[in-house]
Design a protein around this ligand. Sequence first.
Ligand code: FAD
Length: 467
Amino acid sequence: MKLEDTAPQYDAVVIGGGIGGMTAANRLAKFGHKVLLLEHHFELGGLAAYFKRKGFIFDTALHGFPVGMIKTCRKYWSKEIADCIVQVDSIRYDNPQFCIDTTYTTEDFTDKLINFFKVTPETVESFFKACQSMDFFDDREKTTLEFFEEYFPGRSDIHRFLMEPIHYANGSTFLEPAITYGIVFSNFMSKGVYFFTGGTDLFVKMCREEMEKNGVDIVMQATVEKILLENGKVAGVVANGKEIKTKSVLSNANLKATCLDMIGAENLPADFAASCKEMRLSTSNSQVFIGIKEGVTLPFIGDIIFHSSAESFAPEEYIHNPPHSRSFSIYYPKCRPGYDRYAIAASMGARMSDWENLSDEEYEKAKENLIEQTLSILEQKLVPNIREITEYVEAATPRTFQRYTLHKEGATFGTKFEGLKVSEDLPKAVPGAYHAGSVAIIMSGWLGAANYGVIVANQLDEYLCKA
Ligand SMILES: Cc1cc2nc3c(=O)[nH]c(=O)nc-3n(C[C@H](O)[C@H](O)[C@H](O)COP(=O)(O)OP(=O)(O)OC[C@H]3O[C@@H](n4cnc5c(N)ncnc54)[C@H](O)[C@@H]3O)c2cc1C
């Protein structure tokens, strides 16, 4: 659909077609509301993106998610989508403190903690129980590091074993509230790590078909500039200069941009505007994508590999420039049945401040360095002949993330923890305005974003029913 073909009035306009936005749009349409989804990019998916180059398909954010994604997809999308989700076989850690392969299930993790790290079974059991019992309403003052110290004092090797995968999954560090760790860790720990067979392209295609079946109007390359208010309530949006009337909006866009740019600080209650300004964004990522020559078979070296040369897990080490730590996701032909190419995606924590002021020439050089460092690690540690078998290689940086998703500073996991309150309080500050998507660590990742989309769509439905 084009912007000029949109209806005169909508019940809800969803701003952004990331996983949270798509899930919310689909649910609202299923409730019977008239929904318009406006997406700035020419593809849906947001950070969960894919791109095609020279016969390769690369996934930016499909490395692994918890088993809960199956239930969420079955309940809020379709059985066909849920049926594409399968468990990954193996996850490897390789760092100066230890080198371990794990299935990342409760059984295997328990085994590693007891037999490799020599922790007592009682301690492991009580740690797991403590994680499982955590919820939103628990103590938010205690940090993850303080929590780890209660069970594994002085054991920086165990802290790393516990923290590294969760850091890659949602950008959190030792310094965040312990509940952000416990909730996400328990989600993963229940049954291991899962993957969408067929790739992000298939996932996005199936979501789009489902939304269209349920009556969502979708306009691509439509950037929302303003959320319009009348008597303090949402009355419309402006996208690509065109005004569209709506009773409500659900923004899947960056929370800071939604509140301060689209609504405008001047239209918000002063204390709420202040919270929006104070809210910290999460850091960003850089990535290197490697396509392997046709006919070459990569031996199985694990599905996800956490490699680090840092002596221990320290937050700064994981956003260091040049990177000291990266996760490698290896895409074997099993990931996309019927497609026989191998690809590797390396992901590294990154800060926009290291990239934003580079000249074009410096930027290209910095991307070349990133590629070179990544190939060099692969060559030394995982795939000795990587340079010979590489056919295509490309790098993405915080600038790439900002350009394609409009996230301020290229933030890849939304906001720090305080963002949850801002997101939740938005409808109180501006009736009819809602936000769903990566926020506060716990609501990020494929599962977090999808579930938050459902929660907020339910709240918006209630608002529309009362209106
Ligand atoms: C490198 C990397 C690896 C990751 N790996 C994993 C993983 O393995 N497993 C996992 O579970 N999660 C992973 N994630 C996280 C996961 O991809 C994200 O948390 C999730 O996809 C975010 O969804 P979202 O709903 O918050 O929307 P986003 O993906 O943030 O999408 C927001 C959408 O809004 C659109 N938009 C923004 N502003 C406007 C506007 N003004 N008008 C119109 N549209 C607008 C954007 O274009 C975008 O499409 C990874 C993320 C990154 C960056």
